[in-house]
Design a protein around this ligand. Structure first.
Ligand SMILES: [Zn+2]
Ligand SMILES: [Zn+2]
Length: 284
């Protein structure tokens, strides 16, 4: 059994509002857990703090983070991840690097004064950083495929094949233009036939028309990616902070209508605390 739990579903910035309570206000963080394995995380946004509450705080924590890129909404949970406050804990972080320095340099730059008072080396747990862009990684028999995704700055998407279950994570995806249906070939390959596609769903058509170069896409484009790649289940993700619960309900219904007859079995809007369970052919 592979469980996928959403701890943060919001894009751009956290929004702790009464009107967003049902879907949740924390930024990107999704946990993939399977019995006998260390947890695998997609992104380390503010939802990471709440994932940390479910994990051991005695130094026995081990895990892997697959980070799409280093924008704030995808890394801001790192300093507040309590399991790393214990000696012996370990987190392997895979991420692309944007610019001349190393990934370690980039993380140190935002986790140091004046931006944050505690440097990453001061945490008792050990972080190990691994730069990725176009790679295949083996995690104890689980296969991680990494490929670049169009966004603003260097960004990747992930496909995780684990215990007979396939999950694609495309959190921030620049649509090529208003009404566009062309999808990057590498993105289609990552998403090909997956059991679950977690995809950027930041804008409706009118919002995108005014923000066409902000690095994101429309609900319709998310459906297009799912349908074209043969994804079985689409989870709308990276909700715009301006979209309240009622608006996300509407957008999900709209997406379901768009997906109708195109082979996508289910469309859902990711919400904080939601767990999706999958029984893979070779589940442990
Ligand atoms: Zn983002
Ligand atoms: Zn971004």
């Amino acid at each position: 059994m592979v469980n996928v739990t959403f701890f943060g579903v919001r894009g751009s910035t956290p929004c702790a509002c009464e009107s967003t309570r049902r879907y949740g206000g924390n930024t990107a963080c999704v946990a993939v857990e399977s019995i006998g394995r260390d947890p695998i995380l997609f992104d380390l946004g503010t939802g990471l703090r709440f994932f940390g509450l479910t994990q051991p705080h005695d130094g026995t924590f081990r895990g892997t983070a697959l980070v799409s890129h280093l924008h704030w909404d995808h890394v801001q949970g790192i300093p507040f991840f309590a399991p790393m406050l214990a000696d012996g804990a370990r987190l392997d972080v895979y991420a692309p690097v944007d610019g001349p320095g190393t990934l370690d340099d980039a993380v140190r730059s935002f986790m140091s004064p004046p931006y944050f008072p505690v440097e990453i080396e001061a945490l008792p747990g050990r972080f190990r950083f691994h730069e990725v862009l176009d790679d295949v990684i083996d995690l104890d028999g689980a296969k991680v495929t990494v490929a670049p995704v169009p966004h603003v700055g260097v960004t990747v998407g992930y496909r995780l094949d684990i215990d007979g279950v396939s999950i694609a994570y495309i959190s921030d995806h620049q649509q090529p233009g208003v009404g566009a249906t062309r999808v990057d070939q590498r993105v289609l390959e990552l998403c090909n036939g997956v059991d679950l596609l977690i995809h950027d769903a930041q804008f409706d058509d009118s919002e995108f028309a005014h923000r066409a170069d902000w690095g994101h896409c429309t609900i319709d484009y998310a459906v297009e990616v799912a349908a074209r790649s043969g994804a079985r289940r689409l989870a709308l993700f990276h909700h715009d902070p301006a979209h309240d619960d009622a608006r996300i309900d509407e957008l999900r219904d709209h997406a379901e209508r768009r997906a109708n007859g195109r082979g996508v079995e289910e469309v859902l809007a990711a919400s904080e605390g939601l767990t999706l369970s999958f029984c893979g052919a070779d589940a442990r």
